[in-house]
Design a binder for this molecule. Structure first.
Ligand code: F0G
Length: 472
């Protein structure tokens, strides 16, 4: 290539204004939201990095596809387009639309998992874990050890521990109804899984006769990271890598809100016809008829187009580079982040940035609040508020205290990223003045969505001149 600048591979045809607010206004908004960024109004947020799920911008081809949506209850033309796109990429014969990823998980586990069964995964996403538990199964995370080391430079920290998988299948083989691999591994920092690792998981599953399913939410980002980091696959297209990933599995669950480039939707796909029939029976009860599965015809059209756009090389290059670019800026400024940068997000390491805040005072949560107050940035805590409460009601600190800056697809430009870098660096500079928080009120499960929090020491950010020495 002649020039080095990687540009956003689109021009902007329709814009959505975002509103500047002052730190004072944001302090008031946060107070009204009980110090929980999930409870903020989006109009009070400048840059929204809460999630990359369903928040992307659709292309003109997706919008025009939506105008063609066939809203027939059964046998809609839009289903045929959707099924064709899914089949072309995954190769799976049975394609079952659902309203989003967790519905596909719910239906699959109801069909396959019995009480006491064990479901290994590199790392379960929280809805996947909850859906395994919902049918009485035991979710078992088997990430490689480096997956949990924030500063490890392993290019495939999302990999599954193959030896641990073998041990699990030897010990509990008859109690394991399926093995799952999540690409990219969202809960361990959006880290990719190598094609070699997927091949190995597939071979082990075949040897033990256990079905292998992929949680495919970010399959295109994973394919790009394989292309760019796994030397022997550098010459392949992301599409051909994705096709091979799926060919190694027996089925997949998918949230089309991520690499489906849609605002809603998902699917379940597989080769086994009798399992598919069982899933469709439940689908009719909970989602809808098998050719729409909880979606409008126009949603199916948007996904049919979006799945292919997600594999476009210019798009993937820009997408992954923009995350890496932010990562480089932060690392240059000494901001602790999970490395290497992965697919959809930057993960700030709050334990390192705020070492003076004990985990019992939720450093990552405090950091998410300060990012909002200082710069209007909304990001999600992935730490002890999200994971610290155990089913028996006891509290145990999470292994990592992270704040995830997740980037919606095709929404923000380089100047937005530059702004985010500037705000994060500023917050890093005042880190010693930031104080912890405590829970005022929270529900027993998934408490991070609605918890009411308050500063543990009167103020979240102490005035300038208030260094660590002034803490006591
Ligand atoms: N699996 C993974 C790896 C996910 O990241 C998600 C959603 C799901 C399954 C469930 O899909 O939301 O369509 O029901 N992740 C979002 C996030 C919510 O913010 O990471 P869904």
């Amino acid at each position: 290539m002649r020039f080095n600048t990687i540009i956003e591979p689109f021009r902007i045809k329709s814009v959505e204004p975002i509103r500047q607010t002052t730190p004072e206004e944001r302090r008031d908004a946060l107070k009204a939201a009980h110090n929980n960024v999930f409870l903020l109004h989006s109009r009070d947020v400048l840059i929204d990095l809460l999630t990359d799920s369903g928040t992307g911008a659709m292309s003109v081809y997706q919008w025009s596809g939506m105008m063609k949506g066939d809203e027939s209850y059964a046998g809609a033309r839009s289903f045929d387009a959707f099924e064709k796109s899914v089949r072309d990429i995954t190769g799976f014969g049975h394609v079952i639309p659902t309203h989003q990823g967790r519905a596909a998980e719910h239906i699959l586990f109801h069909a396959l998992v019995a009480k006491g069964d064990i479901v290994p995964n590199n790392t379960h996403f929280d809805t996947t874990r909850a859906n395994v538990e919902d049918v009485g199964g035991v979710p078992l995370d088997l990430p490689i050890a480096e997956g949990r080391e924030a500063q490890s430079t392993n290019p495939f920290k999302g990999n599954m521990d193959i030896a641990a998988l073998e041990r699990t299948l030897e010990k509990y083989g008859d109690r394991v109804p399926l093995v799952m691999v999540t690409v990219t591994n969202n809960s361990e920092g959006g880290q990719p899984v190598s094609l070699t690792n997927i091949r190995e998981v597939s071979a082990v599953c075949k040897r033990f006769g256990v079905p292998f399913f992929i949680d495919a939410c970010r399959f295109a980002e994973n394919a790009w990271l394989i292309k760019s980091r796994e030397a022997q696959f550098g010459h392949r297209t992301p599409r051909s890598i994705a096709q091979e990933m799926f060919s190694l599995a027996d089925g997949c669950t998918m949230s089309a809100k991520k690499d489906g480039m849609a605002n809603i939707g998902g699917f379940l796909a597989m080769n086994n016809g009798s399992l598919a029939a069982k899933c469709r029976t439940r689908l009719v009860l909970t989602e809808g008829f098998p050719t729409y599965g909880g979606l409008a015809g126009y949603d199916l059209e948007a996904i049919a187009v979006g799945l292919n756009e997600a594999l476009d090389e210019d798009y993937l290059r820009y997408r992954i580079r923009s995350i890496e670019y932010l990562g480089e800026k932060l690392l240059d400024a000494g901001v602790p982040i999970v490395t290497p940068t992965g697919g959809h997000a930057i993960y700030l390491d709050a334990k390192q940035m705020l070492p003076h805040i004990p985990q019992s005072e939720y450093p990552a949560w405090a950091l998410s609040l300060v990012l909002y107050i200082e710069g209007g940035i909304r990001a999600a805590e992935i730490g002890s508020v999200m994971f610290g409460r155990k089913p028996d009601g006891t509290e145990r600190a999470a292994p990592l205290e992270l704040v995830r800056l997740a980037f919606p697809r095709r929404v923000y430009t380089q100047s937005h990223v530059d702004y985010v870098a500037e705000v994060v660096c500023h917050v890093n500079g005042i880190a010693s003045r930031v104080r912890g928080v405590r829970i005022v009120e929270a529900p027993a499960v998934l408490r991070h969505f609605t918890a009411r929090m308050t500063p543990a020491h009167g103020q979240l950010v102490m005035p300038a001149g208030f260094g660590l020495g002034a803490m006591t």
